[in-house]
Design a protein around this ligand. Structure first.
Ligand code: MEV
Length: 440
């Protein structure tokens, strides 16, 4: 994508918005690094097909019936994009599927602020999955024996993963953890390439479990991945110029005060797990939205994020903020195991479309994009909380859902939403009364 800024995007109607995004994704002039969406794993479909995927949610009931059991239909959620993002020097649309009003608008807004400081600096610190093989009542010398058989363990695990080995991935190392009372865990560490990797590492662990237990003179316990994927870590750093945090009418002092207020909000989360939980929920607003849009397992991501947040025995914020000089500096670090091949992606046209919109080439790029959306959501939430509070923005957006629930259609939705928000009576009864009045 040449430019992820599309002025007035949110004011367009649905059809015009789809077209504007398609046009922005298709225009490639000037983007030297990855010139077209075809640089991504999934091609952006032609306008008609793209619009029809977005119109009907992509997944047919017949396809859904093949994915899970006892299917009776499909369940839709809003699919939007956050604009203005620049990640590692490249403009990208952030595809987001989420039911909560204001998450996408807030991310677009924060993207703009972060862009003013050069955008997101995102990288995968490591990209390996871990399968656990639990060993009970192990022999006293079991750990030494297992370590001395490291190469054979890796070779046997590799033999269970021929497809992955062909694609350049495979088992890389082992680790023995002693969790007490002759209770050991063998961690089989695997590079699963662009796959999320759960099925791959589970297969390898099941394939070698019996033999490993025999080697360790132990009873075989569970064989399953850990969702605390702390060998698949993503880190994002941003620096936002103070003046980008406030409107242009504000003074340098007011801008610096906003940055300091955000720093204080970060410190609150660093000191108090009750606040850290909500701080992290705000981060996951952005991350989960991208994870769901791209057909990935958001329960796995959530489990990993919160386990990592609690790794030191106290629940900690995943992102922290400090005001330094004329900049607000933010940093997010969390485990993220997202796939760009296999799983739902094979069968879900909307998930493939999300990858095309994000210009995603591989798992690492997707993790960087999702984590950046987490930083955007966190910054937007802290800025609102530390200044005017969250409710004003939330309520005006929530008012639209209430207007729709009251039966408003088309242009009526915004009119009714504005009226009930202005009256500070965002409830169904007032929305219905206003709708009746409007229609009369
Ligand atoms: C609401 O979905 C998310 C927030 O509560 C996050 C936060 O408090 O930082 C606004």
């Amino acid at each position: 994508m040449k430019n992820s800024r599309i002025p007035g995007f949110y004011q367009l109607d649905l059809a015009a918005r789809r077209e504007a995004l398609h046009e922005a994704m298709s225009s490639s002039a000037g983007n030297t690094e990855h010139s077209t969406p075809s640089g991504s794993l999934a091609e952006l479909p032609e306008l008609d097909e793209y619009a029809s995927i977005l119109e009907d949610g992509g997944l047919s009931a017949a396809a859904a019936d093949k994915i899970v059991e006892n299917v009776i239909g499909r369940y839709s959620l809003p699919f939007g994009v956050a604009l203005n993002a620049k990640i590692n020097g490249r403009d990208r649309a952030m595809p987001m599927v989420v039911e909560e009003p204001s998450v996408i608008a807030a991310a677009s807004n924060a993207n703009k602020m972060i862009r003013a400081g050069g955008g997101y600096d995102a990288e995968m610190l490591s990209s390996e999955m871990i399968a656990q093989i639990e060993l009970r009542e192990a022999a006293s010398e079991a750990a030494e024996i297992l370590l001395s058989h490291r190469d054979e363990i890796l070779a046997r695990a590799a033999a269970a993963l021929p497809g992955l080995i062909r694609r350049g991935g495979g088992p890389r190392d082992i680790e023995i953890r002693n969790i007490g009372e002759r209770h050991l865990v063998l961690h089989l560490i695997c590079d699963t390439g662009d796959a999320m990797g759960a099925n791959l590492v589970n297969s390898a662990a099941e394939a070698i479990g019996d033999w490993v237990a025999e080697l360790a003179g132990a009873q075989l316990g569970l064989r399953i991945l850990t969702n605390l994927t702390d060998r698949r870590m993503v880190q994002v750093k941003v620096q936002v110029p103070h003046n980008a945090l406030v409107s242009s009418s504000k003074s340098v002092e007011e801008a610096a005060a906003t940055a300091l207020a955000i720093e204080k909000a970060s410190i609150f989360a660093e000191r108090d797990p009750y606040r850290a939980a909500t701080h992290n929920k705000g981060i996951m607003n952005g991350i989960d939205s991208v994870v769901i849009a791209t057909g990935n397992d958001y329960r796995a991501v959530e489990a990993g994020a919160h386990a990592f947040a609690a790794r030191n025995g106290t629940y900690q914020p995943l992102a922290t903020w400090r005001s330094e000089g004329a900049f607000l500096k933010g940093e997010l670090c969390l485990p993220l195991s997202l796939g760009t091949v296999g799983g739902t992606l094979r069968v879900h046209p909307s998930a493939r479309l999300a990858l095309a919109l994000g210009g995603i080439k591989n798992s690492q790029e997707l993790c960087c994009l999702a984590a950046s959306a987490g930083v955007a959501s966190n910054l937007a939430a802290l800025r609102a909380l530390a200044t005017e509070g969250i409710q004003r923005g939330h309520m005006s957006l929530h008012a639209r859902s209430v207007a729709i629930a009251a039966g408003a259609e088309g242009d009526e939705v915004d009119l009714i939403a504005k009226r009930i928000a202005k009256k500070k009576e965002v409830n169904l009864a007032t929305a219905k009364a206003e709708l009746n009045a409007l229609r009369r």
